[in-house]
Ligand binder design. Structure first.
Ligand code: AMP
Ligand code: ZN
Ligand code: ZN
Length: 398
């Protein structure tokens, strides 16, 4: 009897939801980022929800853009432009037009200033202009008024907002009347990256974070299904994660006296400016061969990195051998656990890609993360702006 009852309910619920929503529900496109979800985490057998979306839909591995950091890659995914062209060339960066100022993701005075973001236009801005309503449950850049526009619904990033609350916020948006219901939504989770940094990619803590986020993705799908809301899901990560330790450290202080450089970024890669632009000693000391690290002038980086033409890229870029850390003096963070930022050819930097919806089927292999943009734009029905993407992923998933 109870089984019969639940069967009847299952049949009636979507109808009730349909009536409540008023009219046929159009599919919503949901872009989820699981920060630092390395591509192979999906093979750990601990992600029933993501694995089901992948098995019934499309999956592959995203090659991040260099540098394999959070802000440059989140912006690449929603603009289709690599960091050199989207303007977010690092989590930390400088600009010759703003002498003495440094952008860093923890400093809202700079990170919320459109000056840094205006070199590209994220999908939600283009969508809104085309009349497709967007809502962002966190995404780097979504708090910023880019090209004089913010998503109609957005929230100031706060890592303390719980994951159930994030999912419920999205579900609440979808319960709205059709005229103010979003058609494109972003959702962001940081726990897998946080645990990866603190405990390393092979830790029990990372697995716990993976399970937690997977459960929340399941809750979202269940909630949307219960309200009869059709969905197109695109689940990505910005980069992978690699184990680091104190025994694999390159100390810049051993190569050059630290006051003669400004280290804009250190870790898996270092972005270095000579403190006095004309100081040839810095170039001499850094540009020679080193163990476990390659340093180049920004004009001489390998073409495949597509990096160095933007004036925000520091004069010298040093890239550590995967697993090694470049330090400038005593680090402000412990050199243990995990890190990312290495060459984007490093297989451990590869990131999650799962898509589920009409026409989204099969294994797409390894694709550059800028290719997500044309796919997204097709799913939300808005013409993409010119970008660095070729459209190969969008063409493949038809
Ligand atoms: P990363 O240093 O590259 O590992 O950056 C990851 C961190 O970026 C996460 O731990 C988040 O706390 C932080 N983050 C993510 N989104 C935002 C945002 N919109 N504003 C500021 N910080 C963010
Ligand atoms: Zn990240
Ligand atoms: Zn990280």
């Amino acid at each position: 009897m109870t089984r019969l009852l639940s069967l009847i309910l299952a049949l009636l619920l979507p109808l009730a939801a349909h009536a409540q929503g008023g009219g046929e529900r159009k599919p919503v496109t949901i872009l989820i980022s699981i920060d630092g979800f390395r591509a192979d985490y999906l093979d750990r057998g601990i992600t029933p929800n993501l694995s089901r979306l992948a098995a019934e839909g499309a999956h592959g591995k995203l090659r991040p853009s260099f540098p394999t950091k959070t802000f440059p890659n989140h912006y690449a995914i929603v603009t289709g432009k690599r960091p050199d062209n989207n303007g977010i060339v690092g989590n930390n960066m400088i600009d010759p037009r703003r002498p003495g100022v440094r952008f860093s993701l923890g400093d809202p005075k700079q990170s919320l200033d459109p000056f840094w973001w205006d070199e590209a236009e994220p999908a939600w801005v283009t969508a809104n202009r085309a009349g497709v309503r967007s809502a962002t449950m966190f995404w780097p850049g979504s708090e910023v008024e880019i090209h004089e526009s913010r998503p109609p619904d957005w929230l100031r990033y706060d890592e303390h907002v719980g994951y159930a609350q994030r999912v419920n916020t999205v579900l609440d948006w979808m319960r709205r009347p059709a005229d103010i219901r979003p058609a494109f939504v972003t959702l962001y989770f940081e726990a897998v990256d946080d645990a990866g940094h603190k405990f390393g990619p092979d830790s029990a803590e990372v697995n716990a974070a993976i399970s937690e986020v997977d459960t929340r993705v399941g809750d979202l799908v269940a909630g949307l299904t219960a309200m009869g809301q059709p969905m197109q899901m695109v689940v990505v990560a910005d980069h992978g994660m690699r184990a680091i330790d104190e025994s694999r450290v390159i100390q810049l202080a051993d190569l050059i006296d630290l006051p003669s450089i400004v280290a804009v970024e250190t870790g898996p890669y270092a972005a270095i400016e000579p403190a006095a632009g004309t100081d040839d000693r810095v170039y001499k000391a850094l540009l020679k061969p080193h163990d476990h690290m390659t340093c180049r002038r920004r004009e001489e980086l390998p073409e495949r990195l597509h990096y160095g033409r933007n004036p925000r890229v520091a004069a010298i870029i040093c890239i550590a051998e995967p697993g090694w850390s470049i330090l400038a003096g005593v680090p402000t963070w412990p050199v243990k656990g995990g890190a990312h930022g290495y060459d984007n050819q490093d297989p451990e930097m590869l990131a999650l890609f799962v898509a589920n919806g009409t026409g989204l089927k099969g294994d797409v292999g390894i694709v550059d993360n800028i290719e997500v943009y044309p796919l997204l734009m097709r799913l939300i029905g808005v013409a993409p702006l010119p970008s660095d993407a070729t459209g190969e992923l969008a063409n493949r998933l038809r």
